[in-house]
Design a protein around this ligand. Structure first.
Ligand SMILES: N[C@@H](CCC(=O)N[C@@H](CS)C(=O)NCC(=O)O)C(=O)O
Length: 205
């Protein structure tokens, strides 16, 4: 398998790298330099027509796009130490939290990146500055809400075990900081969770 990759701070390939590291797996990483727009080159568009990273090339030469789909594929091939849960209820909770974090945090965060960050000005031609600025407060609200959810003292988003939901939240929170939206200072439960998951060696993947 090969992972078409862009290093940190790109948050989506990072999800897959952390997932692989948690599984103790390594795959060939193929650099696709986004600064050089390599992800929009005709050859790469044949792999992913949306021109986005990451993409996984399977051993038989097929391509999987979307970070969560890639991780689910790897989980199916390597089910030991499951990161998408074991029992049906746990699986449902992990799915629920992945979706909640994607919709509540990642979606507005992407809008800040696209509409209200000077580093994307040269590529995003139609920008809505007010929408971008407003999205900052939506991200802050999402972090405050997740902080309240974690106030029950559970160590991870879904109870006692680290899961894919934590990977999605970690990569989201770290990219939000890169876009100048750090965890609010009074969000102590989210801060503690962030320190806990960042201390895992796999967070550096
Ligand atoms: N939903 C996709 C999102 C992929 C994505 O947006 N990747 C970013 C890099 S972190 C990208 O390729 N951005 C360029 C673009 O959207 O044109 C996933 O989870 O893989």
């Amino acid at each position: 398998m090969k992972l078409y990759n862009e290093p940190y701070p790109a948050p989506n390939p990072r999800k897959v790298r952390i997932f692989l590291a948690e599984k103790g797996l390594s795959v060939e990483l193929v650099p696709v330099p986004m600064r050089e727009r390599a992800h929009k080159a005709p050859d790469f568009l044949k792999k992913n027509s949306l021109g986005q990273l990451p993409v996984l090339e399977t051993d038989d030469g097929r391509f999987i796009c979307e970070s969560i789909a890639i991780c689910r594929y790897i989980e199916a091939l390597h089910p030991a130490s499951p990161l998408f849960g074991r029992a049906p209820f746990e699986q449902a909770m992990i799915e629920m939290w992945i979706r909640r974090v994607e919709f509540r945090l990642w979606a507005p965060m992407s809008q800040v990146w696209r509409n209200d960050d000077p580093r994307t000005e040269h590529v995003v031609t139609t920008r809505f500055a007010d929408f971008g600025a407003h999205s900052r407060s939506v991200v802050a609200d999402a972090m405050t809400w997740i902080d309240r959810e974690l106030a029950d003292g559970r160590p991870f988003l879904v109870g006692e075990g680290f899961s894919m939901a934590d990977i999605v939240l970690l990569c989201g929170v770290d990219f939000a900081k890169f876009v100048r939206m750090p965890i609010p200072e009074d969000a102590s439960h989210l801060q503690a969770w962030h320190q806990r998951v960042s201390a895992r060696p796999t967070a550096r993947a």
